[in-house]
Design a protein around this ligand. Structure first.
Ligand code: I3S
Length: 126
């Protein structure tokens, strides 16, 4: 049942820098490498840009595209086992990509966790 208090735009979020580590691709484990990434949630897709200005450039230059994460069928969950950092959550996509996202500021990371989880849950139901 849709919540009438929630605007349609709930599945978009303006860009923000988060720490990101991709730990698996296609089900294959990768060496963890944390990088600061400009993260945007747009039209139910998660976009990872190297930096904020790449977002503006990506509309002009075809070579500037972000890494896109399909959230349909993705699992989003907090984890304390995959990192010694605080406030880490994991996104596991249906094609076997695994990402960790983290920032020290709890309200910030909660906001992203909730928005991404909501999006994945809504997409899985439609
Ligand atoms: O899960 P791991 O392997 O302990 O993750 C750490 C490594 O990625 C480490 O890099 P090296 O493999 O080059 O040593 C990173 O520097 C650490 O930040 C990783 O651990 P945390 O707990 O920060 O996610």
């Amino acid at each position: 049942i849709p919540d009438p208090g929630q605007p349609q735009s709930q599945n978009s979020m303006k860009g923000e820098y988060l720490n990101k580590a991709k730990i698996a691709d296609g089900g294959k484990k990768l060496r963890k490498n944390w990088t600061s990434t400009w993260v945007v949630l747009e039209d139910n897709q998660l976009l990872f840009y190297k930096e904020s200005k790449q977002e503006a450039l990506s509309n002009l230059k075809p070579g500037c595209k972000p890494e896109k994460v399909d959230l349909c069928g993705a699992i989003v969950e907090w984890t304390t086992e995959k990192s010694s950092r605080k406030h880490v959550f994991q996104i596991t996509t249906s094609c076997g990509q695994e990402f960790l996202l983290q920032v020290d500021d709890y309200p910030t990371i909660c906001k992203w966790h909730d928005a991404i989880k909501n999006t994945a849950d809504i997409l899985s139901k439609t």
